[in-house]
Design a binder for this molecule. Structure first.
Ligand SMILES: Cc1ncc(COP(=O)(O)O)c(C=O)c1O
Length: 406
């Protein structure tokens, strides 16, 4: 292939992707969201090719930008301490796992098969112990948890999972953990947008030592991670693994990606202004989607608790059916995941409300219950996508205000 054909081939896949995502498909992947135009713009500036270290010239504005973004995060989350250097939620998990424990220590996390984040702690010489959890009520089994503590004294207890429909009893669990002088960490990767919009539990107020997570799932920012805390002692232990060029050298992050940090600042401003109404609508949409699916005869988990108080709705089907139906839904341009966990963050960001959730539930029913051809459903999905292309919960006048081009 000559270079012109290579370029065409390369650009064609990207264009096809953009066309599909922005004009053809409804995205119900719970781990994803749609950034606003300003977030995309900020990630394409000169900033995005720079380092922040004072070892390099020309970086002082970047360090003051980092300070500003950190102070926005402190304000939005009512947290005294913040670190925005992690480039993903995964790095935040590594940071607390390594910072708050020593080799050989035990860390309690929900097991992968129940929706825990599948971090391989054995690789880092930590032992992963399963959180006693009842999936039928989406709650921690407190008596079993108490027993677990008295027998195995785990150093860190992680609450907050990849499959997350309801708040957890952070108050009781953190109080048990603190009785043993150990740490309780809340992984808010999935529910951070709902926490920041005050429509979900407030883990730091309820006793968690750290709130960590991704900044791009229900929180509609750029891909990245954040660590928040009101405990100076716990924060410092984790922070030292994340400060570039700290006294003991680089550990988990060297370059924090300044373009991402600028974009995070914009999303924090958006959430300070619109976060509450955004999060409220996400939860209302989840409830509407779940109720409508249930009415349509599609089995949904946790009916007795009202289905969901988060951005996630979980179908109640055997794994092999989920995987098969995920492919059929995908052919109808209805994107979800292999466990049929539907997320409402992105459709909400695009301005959809309860009525559109009913329409989406009906599309899903036609695929899963009626066994209708994905192709015919897709013909009705595309017009719905095309009438919801604008990102909501952002400032319309960003560009005029900022005049970012020199
Ligand atoms: C609970 C939880 N923690 C951490 C992560 C990792 O986040 P990231 O994809 O930002 O690395 C995920 C990702 O899905 C997650 O679900």
């Amino acid at each position: 292939m000559d270079i012109d054909s290579e370029i065409l081939f390369f650009l064609r896949s990207i264009k096809k992707h953009e066309f599909l995502r922005k004009t053809q498909a409804i995205n119900l992947v719970a781990s994803e969201n749609r950034p606003s135009p300003i977030i995309n713009q900020l990630r394409s500036l000169d900033l995005d090719s720079r380092y922040s270290s004072d070892l390099y010239s020309g970086t002082s504005f970047i360090r003051s930008l980092i300070d500003q973004v950190e102070s926005l995060a402190r304000k939005l989350f009512s947290a005294e301490f913040v670190n925005i250097y992690p480039i993903s939620g995964n790095i935040t998990n590594l940071a607390f796992s390594l910072g708050l424990s020593s080799p050989g220590d035990k860390i309690v996390m929900l097991s992968n098969d129940l929706g825990g984040y599948p971090l391989n702690l054995t690789h880092f010489n930590r032992e992963r112990v399963s959180l006693p959890f009842d999936p039928s009520s989406a709650s921690v089994n407190l008596p079993e948890f108490t027993d677990l503590f008295s027998t195995s004294n785990p150093k860190i207890t992680v609450l907050g999972h990849s499959v997350m429909t309801f708040p957890l009893d952070v108050r009781s669990i953190s109080s048990i953990v603190h009785d043993y002088d150990n740490y309780c960490v809340y992984d808010g990767s999935h529910v951070l947008g709902l926490i920041s919009g005050k429509q979900f539990q407030q883990p730091l107020k309820e006793g968690a030592d750290l709130l960590v997570g991704s900044t791009h799932k229900s929180f509609p920012g750029p891909q990245g991670g954040i660590i928040l805390s009101n405990s100076e002692e716990a924060f410092n232990q984790v922070n030292q693994l994340l400060i570039p060029h700290g006294s003991e050298g680089i550990v988990l992050v060297d370059n924090p990606h300044p373009g991402r940090i600028a974009a995070l600042g914009a999303s924090l401003l958006e959430m300070i202004a619109f976060g509450e109404s955004y999060a409220k609508q996400i939860v209302a949409n989840s409830k509407s989607l779940a109720k409508s699916l249930d009415k349509e005869g599609v089995p949904v988990k946790l009916a007795h608790r009202g289905f969901s108080e988060s951005h996630q709705v979980l179908l109640d089907l055997p794994p092999e059916i989920c995987s098969h139906q995920k492919s059929r839904l995908e052919r109808a341009n209805l994107f979800s995941d292999v466990i049929l966990r539907f997320g409402t963050s992105e459709v909400t960001r695009l301005g959809m409300k309860e009525e559109e959730m009913k329409t989406i539930a009906h599309f899903i029913k036609r695929i899963i219950v009626d066994d209708e051809s994905p192709k015919t459903v897709k013909e009705e999905v595309i017009p719905l996508v095309k009438s919801f292309t604008k990102v909501h919960f952002t400032f319309d006048d960003w560009n005029e205000e900022l005049e970012l081009s020199p």
